[in-house]
Design a protein around this ligand. Sequence first.
Ligand code: GLU
Length: 326
Amino acid sequence: MSQDPIPVRGRFAPTPSGELHIGNAWAALLSWLQIRSLGGTFVLRMEDIDILRSRPHLARQIIDDLYWLGLDWDEGPDVGGPYGPYTQSERLHYYEHALKQLERQGYLYPCFCSRADLLAAASAPHGLSSEGPAYPGTCRQLTADDIALKKRTKQPSLRFKAEHEALVFQDGIAGRQECDAAGGGDFIVRRADGMFSYQLAVVVDDDMMRISHVLRGMDLLDSVPRQLMLYKALDMHAPAFAHVPLFMGPDGKRLAKRHGGTSLAALREAGTAPERIVGWLMWVAGLTEHPEPLKPRECIPLFNMDKLPTKPILITDEKLHGLHGH
Ligand code: GLU
């Protein structure tokens, strides 16, 4: 029996805890181009699950900045769509439902370990080892009595049991990846303060929003094993992944706000035309020979995943210079 092909659907999923910078714009543009070049549906999802770090005005600004750049989406917080709401803080009941399902099936256990471990869980991890050292499994062995006793004085977080298993997946840019599912340790799906983790929310949302293609920054490559474990446990389908390399400053650190002037808002303020930014991003991606101004739509026929760089991209001051101007 022939099956209908899975519709092509991709998304950009910013966290409104800071302004969009050119590194985010690069991931947004490439994800948009991937989906538009395949004639698919593009979704914008606002990942404000960490309410302590997210700011509503930044969510509005991100939407403005993306439109200003010339990107658009078929479904999103401002335009709605069949799989909404598209803002994570409005989807907590879905995460709760998934959590209950995992709990019923015995995938979770309460963890009473210190707050320092827990802080990292609700926001998407950034950094080379994204969730820090693997959790040593301290609370895995607690008996029902231990748990009852500890609960009297402390709210636990909930961890997913990562069992040893060979995980293999193909990344559209980083290539074939092979790892032990337990390598990163048991990970948090709900923090002690009740907040759901990035890992749980992103899997539930990508599944419920029928996302077939995820293209995002390389810092999230090492989150894939955790996400694959959740997809499997929840009996959901994992999308195809592609992780684009990050922008690095001349000091070898991730190009972010600390290098100044690279937020879209700052560039816009300085009078830089959006076409110049798009053209520059295409050039940095190796998809054009020169950084000439381009509108996103003009870039669709130029998109070619095989041409994208696979290593971190050094953004020198000289390279950045090509970005400024009208
Ligand atoms: N919200 C995440 C971030 O801003 C991205 C999540 C994802 O693309 O899976 O880093």
